[in-house]
Write a protein that binds this ligand. Structure first.
Ligand SMILES: [Zn+2]
Length: 393
């Protein structure tokens, strides 16, 4: 049958169509391989002599509404040097498998567009186990294609992966993001320096990294200092601004109780710059009765105005001045804040050199959360990692 274009479109390469049978919604392609010299997989010598033939059945991607089964007559060649027969390999089919790679890729696409595994199973007419296996196998292949050396600017953050069963606690996953190309480089189980070191050792080009953004977490800082010799660390702006929020909320709760509809609650958290005149007056009136809260609020606003400074040297001056003034405060929250700021002073000031924040990483954390919800949680970290990597690139 001379249907080369048809063959090229629907059938695997190097196969000839002998017959096509359409019956009960299934297309059966009867195919045979073309005769060609084959390289022996054991000794790499070329085999030309045909030994015998074998028939195999392969599942393939659906065409229109028809399921497709390929009946292939494969040849076995005689290897003169090994003195053993050697089965030929088919392009597009892994050795020993009964499905084409095209079929598995199609299943991956189905898994991404359907929300329910049962629907995929029905559409592809295979077992649930197979859907599961094929999907993660393909995701793994896809993620391997995208392995690149380290980029110039990275961001690191952690998010909860799952709750531990029985004895409580949370397991964490850390995400490493490429800021410039807007994608996730790797997801690591755990958030310790050792875990990161172990899982990221395979990526080449650690000296490429020039800037790394982090929230203020010691283990990440330790990792970056150890792993990337040329990197400057930038402490995330929003994490610094948030340092006092917890204390403000705690003190405010002591005064007003924890009523969700309370207006002051919102006003205290927002940046004063964005408040209207009436809001400011209302807030000031409230604060004038509560001097302890007022002090915390003022320091929070000082942090906000510190981040509005432009230029590294001006920021450095403002920072040192702020620390000096803080040292006069008696409030335990401010003393603690001062310690934290001192501990992270280099990283905080680096923001004014590079102006990167961790916002993109937090955005990807959100994507990861959606994936977790869609899968009703994950038991296997390996699968979770593949899903996140394929959603964020
Ligand atoms: Zn051989």
């Amino acid at each position: 049958m001379n249907s080369s274009r048809f063959e090229r479109t629907f059938v695997l390469p190097h196969l000839e169509i002998v017959d096509i049978v359409k019956k009960k919604g299934i297309w059966r392609f009867f195919l045979k391989t073309q005769r060609r010299p084959m390289v022996c997989l054991r000794c790499a010598s070329i085999c030309k002599k045909i030994y015998d033939q074998r028939n195999i059945k392969l599942r393939d991607e659906k065409i229109r509404n028809f399921h497709v089964i390929l009946h292939v007559q494969k040849k076995r060649y005689w290897c003169k040097s090994c003195k053993r027969p050697q089965t030929e390999t088919l392009d597009g089919v892994l050795p020993g498998k009964r499905t084409t790679q095209r079929y598995k890729r199609w299943i991956m696409k189905l898994c991404e567009s359907y929300s329910c595994l049962e629907d995929v199973r029905r559409e592809a007419k295979c077992s649930k186990d197979f859907v599961y296996k094929a999907y993660y196998e393909q995701l793994d292949l896809e993620s391997r294609k995208r392995r690149n050396p380290w980029p110039k600017v990275i961001g690191i953050d952690e998010h909860s992966f799952k709750r531990r069963r029985g004895y409580g606690g949370t397991e964490f996953a850390s995400m490493i993001v490429d800021h410039k190309n807007k994608k996730v480089i790797e997801v690591v189980e755990g958030k310790t320096t050792a875990a990161l070191d172990h899982s990221l050792a395979y990526i080449p080009g650690a000296s490429n990294v020039e800037v790394a953004t982090l929230d203020m977490c010691d283990s990440f800082r330790g990792f970056v200092k150890k792993h990337f010799p040329n990197a400057q660390i930038v402490a995330d702006k929003f994490h610094v601004l948030r340092l006092l929020n917890h204390s403000i909320n705690r003190v405010r709760k002591e005064i007003t109780g924890d009523r969700r509809t309370l207006r002051v609650r919102r006003l205290l958290m927002r940046s004063r710059k964005n408040l209207s005149y009436e809001d400011k007056r209302e807030l000031d009136c409230f604060l004038s009765y509560h001097p302890r809260l007022e002090e915390l609020y003022e320091w929070k606003e000082r942090l906000h105005s510190f981040y509005r400074v432009r230029g590294y040297f001006r920021a450095k001056e403002a920072f040192l001045f702020m620390l000096d003034e803080m040292s006069r405060s008696r409030s335990p929250e401010i003393i603690r804040l001062r310690k934290t700021l001192q501990k992270w002073n280099v990283e905080i000031l680096n923001y004014f050199k590079h102006r990167y924040t961790n916002a993109r990483v937090e955005g990807f954390n959100n994507v990861a959360k959606t994936i977790k919800k869609r899968g009703y949680g994950f038991r296997s970290f390996k699968n979770y990692r593949l899903r996140v990597l394929n959603a964020c690139f």
